[in-house]
Design a protein. Structure first.
Length: 318
């Protein structure tokens, strides 16, 4: 799929981020990889979505993705293409399942199992309701504007200002628009239960198949997710030990879809919670809603969330 990398707004197109070269029937190779500023490796959401798109390309179109479970085994190198190998585990009348292995330099860096079903549209339904008093996306500023505004504050340290400007650059050039759904009277970005909310949508998206929209939703589901665990622990990269964040990296990620026609070009609300954190790890869970309040997907993730202690015993590593 030939797609320009940038549009007039200078942000990357999500179709370019997910673009794959098909090498064989069940073998695919990435065309582009994104390394966020000061990150250890390629953005995890991009690896998830490329692996998912590889599997989708190997499944009959009558089946629709309903779940995925994946593990991040090693950080992905942005300078080396990722090769995705798809293996069909089961082909049934109602469900089909696949394994996807992502390989760099002969080493498996990521593994995913995903399952597809023939939609059963007339079955009964149930969902948790969307939170009330959520600000409309039009009333929420873009994250890049928030970071740039914070960087201009007089009491911000040079280190914090540099990070804010890097984050603003990443967000402005991202294929995903992100807005913090925070009420004006809230001083903290999360409540006492470790809950926060973001509006997210793909930028510059034209007509796409529903299966591709799910791959995009998988991409955006990883944005600002495990970071909630660090914020709940009051850790930051510019803090002082023991409140300085020394390492944050995803370990695993899972999703369950309950809308076969989700549109990633419309604003989706990701309600995130951090039920637990400890032992250098954090667990987060989330629910993705449309503006109309329909629950489209449920998300979970665990990651390494380490504080820099006063007397570190060793260099941070996985």
């Amino acid at each position: 799929m030939e797609t320009p990398a940038k549009d007039s707004a200078e942000h990357e197109l999500i179709t370019a981020s997910l673009d794959l070269e098909r090498l064989e029937k069940n073998l695919f190779r990435s065309r582009s990889l994104w390394l966020p500023s000061r990150a250890r490796g390629v953005f995890g959401g991009q690896v998830i979505s490329q692996a998912l798109l590889s599997a989708t390309n190997c499944v009959d179109a009558a089946y629709s993705l309903h779940s995925l479970h994946c593990y991040f085994l090693y950080s992905a190198d942005a300078s080396v293409p990722i090769v995705y190998h798809v293996e069909t585990l089961r082909q049934g009348r109602s469900y089909t399942a696949c394994n996807v292995k992502a390989v760099q330099n002969g080493q498996c860096i990521f593994a995913m199992t995903c399952s597809f079903q023939r939609p059963e549209l007339h079955q009964p339904t149930h969902q948790w309701p969307m939170p009330t008093d959520v600000p409309h996306p039009d009333d929420c500023p873009l994250q890049e504007d928030v970071y740039e505004q914070m960087a201009r504050l007089e009491n911000v340290s040079a280190e914090a200002r540099e990070r804010m400007l890097l984050y603003a650059h990443d967000r402005r050039h991202s294929p995903i628009a992100v807005k913090h759904a925070r009420l004006p009277d809230k001083k903290e970005s999360f409540d006492e239960h470790g809950t926060t909310m973001y509006w997210l949508k793909a930028r510059g998206v034209g007509h796409l198949e529903p299966s591709f929209h799910k791959c995009i939703v998988a991409y955006l589901s990883d944005l600002a997710f495990i970071g909630l665990a660090a914020r709940t622990l009051k850790l930051s990269y510019v803090g002082k030990p023991p409140k300085r964040l020394s390492m944050m990296s995803s370990l695993d990620h899972a999703m369950w879809f309950y809308d076969h026609n989700v549109n990633s070009a419309d604003w989706l609300l990701h309600v995130m919670e951090c039920p637990a954190a400890g032992s250098g790890r954090g667990f987060v869970q989330g629910r993705l809603y449309t503006q109309q309040g329909q629950l489209v997907a449920v998300t979970t993730q665990e990651g390494v969330v380490r504080a820099e202690l006063d007397e570190p015993t060793s260099k941070a590593k996985l």
